[in-house]
Design a protein around this ligand. Structure first.
Ligand code: CAA
Length: 294
């Protein structure tokens, strides 16, 4: 096992997946001055990912969080590609594709062949799937780790560092140090259990809100207002589920239920039906609430 290296050595980062999470992770990496390559499935999706990051940088400028020059420099540091081979020289790759075990396993098996540096770290932004499973898709499970960000990534400071039974202490230390010192995030550590720390607590709460709306106990608007004004949450549970994406909430719930077999983790029928109907929340324009123009 290699010793702990100083993380200023991580300068070349790759992100697989340019959706809400991938684009956010790419943005914070570029804003931290890193050479960042974002890989999507094809050139069209790569352009959409670029637009996502550009839109978020624009919002940061409008809100006075970033100067125009810094936003332009960050965008210029980003390369968007439709070819996984373009990640060959990366020192850290963060996988942020759809929350599906087959899709993620395929990415890790491919990265194992493509990423040349034997010291490179392959990280997953999974919310709930076993990091172990992804490590075992590679020949370097000791350098596979969970690096779980929170949405919106440029705004929320937390990163969960998740170690599988195979992850080396040096790898965990290296990415934790990277998250804190290079990206300016706060780190908590979790063992490799579905949901890690935050989602194991958050998802049952969101599902309880869905059940409350489903039963007619209260309206979606009142449930959200209740938690915003009664508990000072920045957004109520159904608005938050819409932000995360109802497909993602359902996928995390499935993983939690699969792991723990507790009814509180079982996705309620209304959630499943909304996902099947394509009502995925903010990203599709409608979930528990409507997002006209988004
Ligand atoms: N870059 C930097 N800062 C930005 C920004 C950007 N692109 N966009 C917004 N901000 C800043 C704003 O300047 C503002 O900062 P100040 O408070 O210092 O003024 C702050 O972010 C809030 O932004 P807005 O005023 O535009 O919006 P808002 O007040 O309506 O807040 C929100 C929006 C940040 C999403 C807030 O509602 C919130 O924090 N909601 C809860 C989100 C949450 O719980 N996320 C976790 C989801 S779970 C998850 O992600 C894990 C998983 O695996 C599912």
């Amino acid at each position: 096992m290699s010793g702990v290296r100083h993380t200023a050595d991580i300068q070349r980062v790759g992100i697989v997946g340019g959706g809400q999470m991938g684009a956010g992770i790419a943005e914070v990496c570029a804003r931290a001055g890193l050479d960042t390559v974002v890989c999507e499935v094809d050139a069209v999706a790569a352009r959409a990912a670029r637009n996502r990051v550009a839109g978020s940088l624009e919002r940061a400028v409008e809100r006075g969080k970033l100067t125009r020059d810094a936003a332009d420099t960050a965008l210029a540091r980003l390369v968007f590609t439709g070819t996984l081979d373009d990640l060959a020289d990366r020192q850290l790759v963060v996988e942020a594709v759809v929350e599906n075990p087959d899709a993620k396993t395929e990415v890790f098996a491919a990265l194992d062949k493509i990423v040349a540096d034997p010291e490179a770290v392959l990280a997953t932004n999974t919310s709930s799937l076993p990091v172990m499973l992804l490590g075992r898709a590679t020949g370097r499970a000791d350098r596979v780790v969970g690096l779980h960000f929170f949405q919106p990534v440029p705004v929320l400071p937390l990163v969960e560092v998740v170690t599988s039974l195979h992850t080396s202490a040096a790898t965990a230390e290296r990415v934790a140090d990277f998250a804190v010192r290079t990206l300016g995030k706060r780190v908590i550590r979790s063992q490799d259990r579905a949901g890690f720390v935050v989602n194991a607590l958050l998802i049952p709460y969101l599902l309880a809100a869905v059940r409350m709306a489903e039963s007619g106990f209260a309206t979606a608007a009142d449930i959200d207002t209740g938690m915003e004004l009664g508990c000072a949450h920045p957004m109520g549970p159904l608005r938050l589920a819409d932000l995360i994406g109802l497909d993602t909430v359902a996928a995390i719930a499935e993983s939690l239920y699969e792991e723990f077999r507790e009814p509180l983790y079982a996705p309620p029928p209304l959630l499943q039906r909304m996902v099947q109907a394509g009502l995925l929340g903010r990203k599709s324009g409608r979930g528990f609430h409507r997002y006209d123009g988004s």
